[in-house]
Design a protein around this ligand. Structure first.
Ligand SMILES: *Cc1c(COP(=O)(O)O)cnc(C)c1O
Length: 492
């Protein structure tokens, strides 16, 4: 199956090449268009156990890797790495369902995809007969970085550099990255916000001179960001998994629609839900939940994407994003032409604003609802859900929880709703504690202990051990110096 660059039908790639290069040569994102061939037999999916189900969905999206390879590789990627064999447990909380995507090695939903991606990269290298090293450059708003470092650490033939916005991640997230083990990893702060870091990485890919330099050094550059199609495939799987669980719990009958509420930043998680819908999952609405950086709320409600607005640092930092990369894929899927997407992305870059044509906005509003919540409301929500249900939400998940309630109240839609939970509350212990208690410890680490004493919710082992580990990385560069840094680290 071919993947198309969002910006031109000239640039196509098979699964291996799309995964290995990350971004198309014209700056577009590789996207599947033929969802007919990816239709899922729901009766069959409902009989699969979690690792089989994940393998089935990944294979549907990336068939040219080979069925045998995918069905071996995917279960291996999860085995022993997640807290439960179930990979992503579904928990009933009040009248909603929380899909816990954070039970992996770094306590963020990114683990679901980044446990699989390094294996796909290795397989792609083998299938394409590539001997150069693959250098993964990744921009992170906090969680991708750690999950990617953990996924790629000591994977033969790969090296990885992660850039994060200085001051833009929680102290726990920073410690997670700074203490990363492995001989092929580097971590560097960027003076700027996430959009600066992401733009910097994209510029390096688009830079011909950088590409030639990499070639001379015997390297190929690639990406672990959600612009990589290898990230989206495993993410589509957990939508099916949640649905399977609801049928098994007797909450719905097979065929009944379910809504999914998604804490959204780069639009990767929720786009995987759109993939699932196109593959045959009975999805009602995908609820796009944002924090004060509410550019997507406005876009879904009006069709105008306007990034010319203040950037806010919020208590849900992994969603502090004004340029949502994966939206470009949706524009194409929703009926845009390659030329149109190319034009809109040019307008976004040059003017900071674009308006989607009417037919795209209508299609989008048929399948998406959107809303946002500010920090104060998010903390109130964490407090309320804790007091009412004794369930501890992290600030990202709380955004989605709050928006779900708002939309229910506005529309009267009573469809059963799954809230995707994207992080352990302990990654953001300081703000979560603030939401349920008057205690003010000095650091996120102390907050973890207090929070666990107070709630009895266990601290995930990977976070509990952090304070014992020595930081290894403290580099920091200006956003204009990212390429120079990459060359320095990777040379020789
Ligand atoms: C990355 C992340 C998000 C946003 O996901 P996107 O795919 O970028 O929309 C939300 N919550 C957490 C905790 C994250 O790490």
């Amino acid at each position: 199956m071919e993947f198309y660059s969002t910006r031109s039908e000239k640039h196509t790639a098979g699964a291996a090449r799309a995964v290995l290069t990350g971004l198309a040569p014209d700056g577009g994102l590789y996207t599947p268009l033929d969802f007919g061939s990816m239709r899922v037999d729901m009766d069959r999916v409902l009989t699969l156990d979690a690792p089989e189900l994940f393998a089935e969905i990944v294979y549907k999206i990336l068939p040219d890797f080979g069925e045998e390879e995918i069905k071996r590789l995917v279960p291996e990627a999860y085995a022993g790495k997640f807290q439960t064999r179930d990979i992503t447990p579904l928990v009933k909380v009040g009248d909603r369902f929380v899909l816990e995507l954070f039970r992996g090695p770094t306590s963020a939903f990114k683990d679901v995809a980044l446990s699989v991606l390094p294996r796909l990269v290795s397989l792609a290298r083998k299938q394409l007969g590539i001997s150069e090293e693959t250098a993964i450059l990744t921009a992170t708003s906090g969680d991708t970085g750690k999950a990617a470092l953990e996924g790629f650490r000591d994977v033969p033939g790969t090296r990885i550099i992660v850039f994060y916005p200085e001051g833009g991640v929680s102290d726990i997230q920073k410690a997670q990255m700074a203490t990363q083990k492995g001989g092929n990893v580097r971590v560097c702060a960027v003076k700027g916000n996430f959009d600066d870091a992401q733009t910097g990485v994209k510029l390096i890919y688009a830079d011909d001179e950088a590409e030639h330099w990499a070639k001379r050094e015997g390297l190929r550059l690639s990406s672990a960001n959600s612009i990589n199609i290898g990230r989206l495939a495993p993410q589509a799987a957990y939508y099916f998994k949640a649905y399977r669980d609801m049928v098994r719990m007797g909450e719905i009958k097979n065929g009944e629609t379910v809504n999914f509420a998604v804490p959204t930043g780069n639009f990767g998680n929720i786009l995987a839900g759109e993939f699932a819908r196109r593959m045959g999952l009975p999805v009602g609405k995908l609820i796009c939940a944002s924090n004060a950086n509410n550019v997507l709320t406005e876009f879904i409600q009006t069709g105008v994407y306007d990034r010319r607005r203040p950037f806010f640092r919020t208590v849900s930092p992994s969603m502090d994003i004004l340029v949502s990369s994966n939206l470009e894929r949706y524009l194409l899927l929703a009926g845009g032409s390659f030329e149109l997407v190319d034009e809109l992305m040019r307008e976004l870059r040059d003017k900071g604003i674009y308006r989607a044509p009417e037919h795209i906005t209508e299609e989008m509003q048929k399948h998406f609802d959107a809303g946002w919540a500010d920090d104060l409301t998010v903390k109130q929500t964490i407090g309320e859900v804790w007091r009412e249900h004794k369930y501890l939400l992290d600030p990202h998940t709380a955004v989605a929880w709050k928006v779900t309630g708002d939309i229910k109240a506005q529309t009267g839609d009573n469809t059963k709703t799954v809230v995707l939970s994207t992080a352990s509350p302990y990654k953001f212990g300081f703000d979560v504690l603030d939401a349920i208690s008057a205690q003010r410890p000095a650091t996120g680490f102390e907050a973890m202990d207090v929070l666990s004493d107070l709630t009895g919710v266990p601290i995930p082992a990977n976070l509990a051990e952090l304070k014992e580990l020595q930081p290894r990385f403290s580099d920091c560069v200006d956003k204009t110096q990212m390429l120079a840094y990459v060359k320095e680290v990777l040379k020789g």
